[in-house]
Every structure is written in structure tokens, then in C-alpha cells.
Design a protein around this ligand. Structure first.
Ligand SMILES: Cc1cc2nc3c(=O)[nH]c(=O)nc-3n(C[C@H](O)[C@H](O)[C@H](O)COP(=O)(O)OP(=O)(O)OC[C@H]3O[C@@H](n4cnc5c(N)ncnc54)[C@H](O)[C@@H]3O)c2cc1C
Length: 465
């Protein structure tokens, strides 16, 4: 028997939940299929940052930001390789989505600067609070049904050529469900698919693999079968900042470099401007001898540790034994087995650059993107954390338009098929702004739901086919 729904959503992370809630509020009958026993996907594991601009929280912290500045930063960080209309759509809907999330009960507790921010705009959520709140709100609408441990296997078109039937497996049985308005793919990226990573990004073989267990690229394959185009595969990159043990039970991540640490390889030499996108740093780090690098900093920078923060709680990582400490740089170099002379020279050269206002080697003049001033590394004791790159989110995937319709190789929408969240490519381009992935999941999840369930006729009229 085939069940009928207005909209069927595949995957219950940030994008799927925002889509389900938006559709449910608008009285669409929604089915959410999630292959894992629990909802949340990578969204639940995330570092908590969502990129928004011009919010009440920024104003409370005397931070002046704007949609225009956010768009500029995203295009700059993406090195102009991003699809401009997608970035503009993000800009157009970002503040409304932030306010919508707050209105629905999602709590934002702080704003921090991170990769690609010219103004601190990483709004921190507590993932479990956000995911649970959105789920409960979906249930409250009375229009959204969740089916867990339901893995979507194939999509089928109706006789008019519109994607409308979803085939899924649950408890070893095969089920079919029909979507009258649209099927939304919100099933995340492929950071846990060794097969796809080997195929598309062999340069990342040495990177750790972190991400939601179910994120193996199913959605990309489902859409490929129906002619979907993909974007951004050449820009697949890892994220720098993880301790080598981070793919285990506890994620251990520290971006001390965005507070002023330098990064050196096992020869004790810097190899990158530490204020650029951590994706780009990640790529450079994988080219270093034995893939080994260290963040190096002093007590002044250590004092900037933020308790409980996903990226900046250095004290916690120290307490966990993941950070080395020494009274002198020589001692530190010996502990981490880096040539003593080289490390001293590197730090001394860097400090001279700070004093003279020019980092001759790598041109570092900020902490993150265009924000903040680098500091010298001179106040004992000194610290080091061995740090590596992790593949935690793929950011390359299906081509979509600003209405979240999946496009074929001729830029034409595949009727009835929508996508949002990490599964989508073309948005970030060659770099990455912290918080724009969860941000994009929420913003485009809502857009996809509106396109599919609220105004399918209007969207159809807008198509240039
Ligand atoms: C450690 C870590 C830290 C991060 N930090 C940040 C951060 O601070 N800020 C930020 O913006 N981004 C961050 N990211 C990236 C961000 O978390 C993800 O890109 C984002 O959560 C993706 O949301 P999503 O809804 O698209 O996918 P997900 O949240 O991954 O949800 C996809 C869901 O689809 C399900 N699914 C997959 N295939 C199927 C199928 N065939 N049938 C049914 N269900 C299926 C999966 O099981 C999963 O539950 C981080 C990621 C990680 C891993």
C-alpha cells in the first residue's frame, strides 16, 4: 500500500527539521524518514556555530554587522567560486530565520569570531536543545510524522515525469510513500563514506573522519539517478583544528590559532597564514611532513580560554591531557620533538613581525579573516597541541537554485525534487565561513519546504523552461 503525503523529507538533521516545521506550520501533511534510530545527524555533533548578521545578540554585544557584510565575507572566503545567487538567498533570509529559530525556542547563548568572520557572527546553540526543540515543535503542529530507522533507497517519477514516490526500507521490509508536492533531500553529506571520499577526494586520505553515522552520500546517489548535477567537488576540504584522537568518543577541537597561536610543522616552521579559513589551513597541514603540525601559544592567549565553548575551551583540553605545557620554548620543543633552535627562531621571527606590523613570511595581520590583532607569543608558560585535519562535512553536492529545486546538468529543475543542507553544493565555493553550514541547513530547509509545500504553483511559474 502507498501512503500519500504533501511533502516527504529524507533525513532529520537541522535542514530536515527546519523544513518539516516550516511545512507543518503551513498545514502540509509531512512524512520525515530518518535512517538512524535517532534524529540529529551531523547537526547534533556540530561545533554549535550558526552564522547570522544584524541580530539582537550581536547588538547586545555591541557588534555592528549587516547582511551585506555577511554576503561580502562569504564571497570573499569562497574566493568567488560560490554561486552568488545562493549566497544572496542566504543573506535575504538569514535574519528572518534567526528570529524564527528564536521564536520556536532555539536558544543562542553567545557570539564568537571564527573562520571567515570580519565581525564575530558565530551564534552558538546547544545542538541537543535545538534539535529537540525543533522536533517537539514539529510534533505540536500535528502535521508531521517521523519514521525512524527508515532508510530511503530509491526515488521514482510519476507518469508526468515528476519525482513523487519514495521507496524506503524499515525492519527489512520495503515501503512506498507518495509525495504530492515534493520530495526534500536533507540527508546530509558523505563525510562517513569511505567509498565517495576515496573517489572524489583522495587528497584527504590522511584526514580524520567525523560526522553523523548515516552521512554516506545516499541523497546524492538518489538524485544522480534522476540526472542531478553536482557542484564544488574540486573544493572538498578538511577542517583544521582537531586533536588526532578527535574521531573517537569525544571530539577534541581547539582553534587557538584564531586567538593568536601560530601553527608549525614537525620541523618547527610555520607554513600558513593562521587567520585564513580553517579549510584552507587544513589543506596545507595535510601537505606537511608526516601530516604533523602543532599549534603553539603562550599564557596570554591561554587566558582567552572560554569555558564550555566548542572551539575555545583550551583549559578543558589541557585538563584532558591533550595540550602540552612548558616554562620555556626549548622545553616545549623537546616535549613535542621539534628542533629546539627552529621553534625559537620561528617564534622570534613571528614576534618581530608583530612588533614591526608586518608578518613577512605569511602576511598575517588579523586573527580571523579581517577581525582582530595578532599578539606576540612571549608570556611563559608556553603551550602546544598536536593538531590535524578532519573531514567532517563535505559541502559539495547537488546543484540547486535559490528556491532549493535540484537542477540537472542544463540548470533545469528536476520537477518535484528539492534539497537543502550539507547535501547541497555550490554555496561555499573554495573556502568556508564558520556557522554557514548549520545556517544554510536552517535557511534553505525552510526555503525548500516553502517551495515544495506552500507555493508549488508560483515556483513553477518562475521557471525559465
Ligand atoms: C564535528 C563537527 C563540527 C561541526 N561544526 C559546525 C559548526 O560549528 N557550524 C556549522 O555551521 N557547521 C558545523 N558542522 C557541519 C554541520 O554540522 C553540518 O553540515 C550540518 O549539521 C548538516 O545538516 P544537515 O541537516 O544537512 O545534515 P545532518 O544533520 O547530517 O542530517 C542528515 C540526516 O539524514 C539522515 N540520512 C542520510 N541518508 C538517509 C537515507 N537514505 N534515508 C533516511 N535518512 C537518511 C542521516 O542519518 C542524518 O540524520 C560541523 C560538523 C561536524 C561533524
Amino acid at each position: 500500500m502507498t501512503e500519500d503525503y504533501s511533502v516527504i523529507i529524507v533525513g532529520a538533521g537541522m535542514a530536515g527539521l527546519c523544513a518539516a516545521l516550516e511545512a507543518g506550520i503551513n498545514n502540509a501533511k509531512v512524512l520525515v524518514l530518518e535512517k538512524e534510530p535517532a534524529i540529529g545527524g551531523s547537526s547534533l555533533l556540530s561545533g554549535r556555530f550558526m552564522a547570522f548578521a544584524g541580530t539582537d545578540l550581536q547588538k547586545k554585544n555591541n557588534l555592528i554587522d549587516s547582511t551585506e557584510q555577511l554576503i561580502r565575507d562569504m564571497l570573499e572566503v569562497g574566493q568567488g567560486k560560490n554561486e552568488k545567487h545562493l549566497v544572496e538567498a542566504y543573506g535575504q533570509h538569514q535574519l528572518d530565520t534567526y528570529n524564527w529559530l528564536v521564536d520556536k525556542g532555539v536558544e543562542f547563548d553567545a557570539v564568537r569570531a571564527a573562520s571567515g568572520h570580519s565581525v564575530p557572527r558565530g551564534h552558538t546553540i546547544i545542538p541537543i536543545q535545538a534539535i529537540t526543540t525543533l522536533y517537539n515543535k514539529c510534533i505540536e503542529t500535528g502535521n508531521v510524522t517521523f519514521t525512524l530507522e527508515a532508510s530511503v533507497k530509491r526515488l521514482r517519477k510519476n507518469t508526468e515525469g515528476r519525482i513523487s514516490v519514495v521507496m524506503y526500507e524499515k525492519d527489512g521490509l520495503e515501503y512506498f510513500a507518495k509525495a504530492i508536492h515534493g520530495v526534500l533531500l536533507t540527508c546530509g553529506g558523505f563525510s562517513k563514506s569511505e567509498e565517495m571520499l576515496q573517489h572524489f577526494a583522495p587528497q584527504l586520505n590522511a584526514a580524520l573522519r567525523i560526522g553523523g553515522k548515516g552521512n554516506v552520500g545516499d541523497g546524492i546517489k538518489l538524485a544522480w539517478e534522476h540526472g542531478a548535477w553536482v557542484r564544488d567537488l574540486p573544493y572538498l576540504q578538511g577542517t583544521y583544528g582537531f586533536h588526532p584522537t578527535a574521531s573517537g568518543e569525544k571530539k577534541s577541537q581547539a582553534h587557538v590559532f584564531y586567538k593568536g597561536a601560530i601553527i608549525v610543522n614537525k620541523l618547527g616552521r610555520r607554513f600558513v597564514n593562521e587567520s585564513i579559513s580553517y579549510k584552507l589551513i587544513g589543506t596545507e597541514a595535510l601537505k606537511q611532513p608526516d601530516n604533523i603540525s602543532y599549534q603553539i601559544w603562550d599564557q596570554n592567549i591561554m587566558n582567552e580560554s572560554v569555558p564550555g565553548d566548542a572551539l575555545y575551551d583550551f583549559d578543558n583540553l589541557f585538563a584532558l591531557g591533550l595540550i602540552e605545557k612548558a616554562d620555556t620554548l626549548e622545553e616545549l620543543a623537546n616535549i613535542i620533538k621539534v628542533p629546539e633552535k627552529n621553534l625559537k627562531e620561528t617564534v622570534s621571527q613571528y614576534n618581530q613581525g608583530i612588533q614591526n606590523g608586518t608578518d613577512k613570511e605569511f602576511g598575517r595581520s588579523t586573527l580571523t579573516h579581517t577581525f582582530g590583532e595578532p599578539k606576540s607569543i612571549s608570556q611563559a608558560p608556553f603551550y602546544a597541541m598536536v593538531t590535524t585535519t578532519a573531514m567532517l562535512a563535505t559541502y559539495a553536492g547537488l546543484a540547486v537554485n535559490a528556491a532549493a529545486q535540484v537542477l540537472n546538468a542544463f540548470d533545469e529543475p528536476i520537477e518535484g525534487l528539492y534539497a537543502a543542507g550539507e547535501i547541497v553544493g555550490g554555496f561555499h565555493g573554495a573556502g568556508y565561513m564558520t556557522g554557514s553550514s548549520l545556517g544554510k541547513a536552517a535557511i534553505f530547509g525552510r526555503i525548500a519546504a516553502r517551495s515544495a509545500s506552500v507555493a508549488p504553483i508560483r515556483i513553477k511559474e518562475n521557471l525559465s523552461i
